[in-house]
Design a protein around this ligand. Structure first.
Ligand SMILES: NC(=O)c1ccc[n+]([C@@H]2O[C@H](COP(=O)([O-])OP(=O)(O)OC[C@H]3O[C@@H](n4cnc5c(N)ncnc54)[C@H](O)[C@@H]3O)[C@@H](O)[C@H]2O)c1
Length: 397
């Protein structure tokens, strides 16, 4: 008998969905049943691509009798309502990062799925990446001794990609703390043991035309004594993917001829309306949609910028093609095979949770702890004080 497929519905067919599209289209464990989005062009594209019917609301998707799990890829501020809706209909959920904008909302989401007895997985985040998981697994084996220090940085043009107005308003979840720190903090919390005991941070909002945080630097202390330094610049002119063998965040080769492309494109939008239209025009099914469902080729593993994890007897560097281990006597590459389908690690966790009832690493509790550290970065920067984040949990083993 063949293995059961996970019957998935999708809420929100925007940018996040397009990043999961190759995975959802090609992982044989997934059967796409339906989707919903207020954008008719996106729904029409989904119906053409997958030969299924879209429904007209998240409520209707949750009530769909054939859907057993819902991938919620709507804007951050809608996550809490959509997760509660799914749970009320007994559906399992994978909700995009950041989990929510407040810890209260995270708790509501956890409690709703607990009441329903359904799975709550928060992702994708880059801590699902195979090189991160491999480095973590090797460190857990004890061969390198304790984790002592973690350095993570990332320089991108994040702030100059076309945005919806709320993506440039911190109160509505805009800026790099909500959208990007979730990736980096998930990664360093995994290596540091999860339990962040102190956060001291600075944030930067340097461009008044894009009035939200575009950069941060934070020092995190962990229970057990490890510490991490995390920095992100979404104002980057330098692109730190150069330090990742010119492999981009999505595992793709980066062409240096594309230097400055985001800023050049944005120069065509003179106001917020035009900018939102610029973003919408490239969305799934929109006139400038250039993607397709073909199997991607030539990819390496995804990453979230240069990272060094220092242990007693080695420094480990997860890279797009494996993990560099610089030990006492030798520097070796723990090579990983190139992925055939990107982000399959996300489906591994979702599928095993729903079908085999395995516990999840990227649980609601885990993501609430990451959200607490993100909020602590904002609070520490505003108050110039050290902040102790709430709700910290260790990773499951
Ligand atoms: N993991 C990743 O790599 C990644 C990348 C991008 C975005 N995200 C996350 O995904 C979420 C969405 O961001 P995005 O960049 O895709 O935004 P987006 O604007 O590109 O897409 C959001 C989509 O949701 C739809 N939508 C809005 N209200 C809806 C509703 N009530 N019901 C159904 N659909 C609705 C919109 O029409 C749009 O198509 C955010 O939380 C973001 O942080 C994650």
């Amino acid at each position: 008998m063949s293995a059961p497929r996970l019957r998935l519905g999708v809420a929100g067919l925007g940018r996040a969905f397009t990043l999961m599209l190759p995975t959802l289209a090609h992982d044989p464990r997934i059967q796409l049943i339906s989707a919903t989005d207020p954008q008719p062009l996106a729904c029409a594209q989904f119906e053409r691509d997958f030969g299924v019917r879209c429904v007209d609301s998240v409520q209707a998707l949750c009530a769909h009798p054939e859907v057993e799990a819902i991938y919620i890829a709507t804007p951050h501020q809608l996550h809490v309502d959509h997760v509660e809706m799914a749970a009320a209909h007994g559906k399992h959920v994978m909700v995009e990062k950041p989990m929510a904008l407040s810890l209260e909302d995270c708790t509501r989401m956890i409690e709703a799925t607990q009441r329903a007895g359904t799975v709550l997985l928060v992702g994708h985040s880059h801590s699902f990446n195979a090189p991160i998981l491999r480095a973590h697994q090797r460190i857990q084996s004890g061969e390198f001794g304790a984790v002592r220090m973690i350095q993570a940085l990332n320089y991108t043009d994040f702030l100059y990609r076309p945005r919806r107005p709320e993506e440039l308003d911190t109160a509505q979840g805009g800026g790099v703390i909500f959208s990007q720190a979730a990736h980096q903090l998930d990664i360093v919390r995994l290596f540091g043991g999860g339990l962040v005991t102190s956060v001291m941070a600075h944030t930067g909002a340097w461009d008044p035309t894009r009035p939200t945080e575009g950069a941060y630097s934070a020092l995190l202390g962990f229970a057990g004594g490890a510490f991490a330094s995390v920095s992100y610049s979404g104002y980057g002119h330098f692109d730190s993917d150069q330090w990742m063998n010119n492999i981009g965040e999505l595992g793709q080769h980066k062409d240096q001829a594309d230097y400055g492309a985001a800023r050049r494109r944005l120069a065509n939008a003179v106001n917020a309306e035009q900018e939102a239209a610029l973003k919408a025009a490239r969305n799934y099914g929109a006139p400038q949609w250039a993607g397709n469902t073909a199997a991607p080729t030539g990819l390496q593993h995804q990453h979230f910028g240069p990272l060094v994890v220092s242990c007693d007897r080695a420094d480990l560097r997860p890279m797009p093609h494996g993990v560099w281990v610089d030990g006492d006597g030798a520097s070796t590459l723990d090579a990983l095979e190139s992925p055939q389908i990107p982000r399959q690690e996300v489906i591994d966790e979702l599928y095993n949770a729903v079908i085999h009832r395995h516990p999840v690493l990227h649980s609601g509790e885990w993501a609430r702890a990451t959200t607490a550290v993100s909020l602590a970065i904002l609070k520490s920067a505003q108050s110039a004080q050290m902040v102790v984040p709430e709700f910290q949990v260790p990773p499951i083993r």
